[in-house]
Design a protein around this ligand. Structure first.
Ligand code: SF4
Ligand code: SF4
Ligand code: FES
Length: 347
């Protein structure tokens, strides 16, 4: 028999809601999701909560626990003080459907907008051969379980609905980085695309996304910063700029060279030693959205205004007087209740 502990759970739907109080039994070794299940079994059979694996692998049980975006199934009750009230609220950035369930379709729309893997021309699936060394950098990003805790935490969209159209968010920056580092991806404009269409410039590398990732993916250091650095390098390298002034763009853009080998045996004969380097005659796009070059002004020059800004890659949407990371007391981890201002007191 466990001990009774105090919980506060946000209940409501898109029209509003409130924090409700419950005393629930807690046993040794339990996680927050166990408590929600016990609540459903004993007091609130209609409490809505999304979950699937209870093993930190499906990414369904994302919620805010005492204001921190976390997985309910991976948050042990033993991490709280014995007498601590545990407050559970839905993800703030996405619209509430009911109770702890939010509509995360924003993320699926952004997934659809992210250009897919572009295989090299003339190489069929099954003919790709990669070494461990080829995937060393991008393998980290494949650990993503699409819990969207990073998307929920990012301040660019957390309290700024208006930024959602232009900003894909950290989950899709790691997808872009993963494909950019993929040795067989033939698309060469991932970084420029992220800058021009995924809102990479809005990110001012506060690292809040990295802080909440349950897979410990170094989103900012290993994906966002390398992409930002290289997009700036490529756009503002004086030699590239001079080259573009002298040559036409189509003279500069060489066919994509894909530094990976094709297994000759898989493609019908020969030994592994004779495997050719694959060359493609262009950049195949698997997305309906075509890549675009960085913006060029009417006079044919690129805009260098970004370089003069303190935040490389774009201006902060919050103005330059805002310093990051924000102090904890300024973070707005609140339930999305507009009708119930009292609920904010609990955080
Ligand atoms: S580093 Fe900050 S601004 Fe950039 S994506 Fe992550 S949370 Fe958003
Ligand atoms: S990057 Fe991390 S926090 Fe973001 S969706 Fe993937 S697993 Fe979740
Ligand atoms: S239930 Fe699958 S990650 Fe929590």
């Amino acid at each position: 028999m466990g001990t009774k502990r105090h919980f506060r759970v946000w209940r409501g739907d898109s029209s509003g809601g409130e924090i409700q109080d419950f005393d629930v039994e807690v046993n040794e070794g339990e996680v927050v999701l166990d408590i929600i299940h016990r609540l459903q079994a004993t007091q609130t059979p209609d409490l809505a909560c999304r979950w699937n694996c209870k093993a930190g692998k499906c990414g369904s049980c994302s919620m805010e626990i005492n204001g921190m975006p976390k997985l309910g199934c991976m948050t042990r009750m033993s991490t709280f003080e014995e007498d601590e009230t545990v407050t559970i609220t839905p993800l703030r950035t996405f619209p509430v459907i009911r109770d702890l369930v939010t509509d995360v379709s924003f993320n699926y729309e952004k997934a659809r907008e992210t250009p897919a893997f572009a295989p090299p021309e003339g190489v069929a699936p099954g003919q790709y051969r990669m070494q461990q060394v080829d995937v060393e950098r991008s393998q980290e990003f494949r650990k993503c379980i699409e819990c969207y805790l990073c998307q929920n935490t990012c301040h660019v969209v957390r309290d700024h609905e208006e930024n959602k159209t232009a900003f894909s968010g950290p989950r899709f920056f790691i997808r872009a980085a993963e494909l950019d580092m993929h040795p067989l991806d033939a698309r060469e404009d991932r970084k420029e695309y992220a800058q021009a269409h995924q809102g990479l410039g809005y990110c001012n590398i506060t690292k809040c996304c990295t802080e909440v990732c349950p897979e410990h993916i170094k989103i900012t250091d290993n994906a966002i910063i390398p992409m930002k650095e290289r997009v700036v390098d490529r756009r503002y390298d004086p030699l590239v700029w001079l080259g573009r002034k002298i040559f036409r763009r189509d003279q500069l853009d060489e066919p994509a060279r894909v530094p990976a080998t094709v297994s000759a045996s898989a493609s019908g004969g020969g030994s592994a030693d004779s495997t050719p380097e694959v060359h493609t005659s262009g950049t195949p796009f698997t997305s309906a959205r075509q890549g675009e070059a960085p913006p060029v002004r009417d006079d044919g020059k690129m805009d260098v205004a970004e370089l003069a800004l303190p935040h490389q890659g774009g201006p902060s949407p919050f103005g330059d007087d805002q310093e990051f990371p924000l102090p904890v007391e300024d973070l707005t981890y609140n339930p999305p209740s507009k009708e119930d201002p009292d609920s904010k007191e609990d955080h």
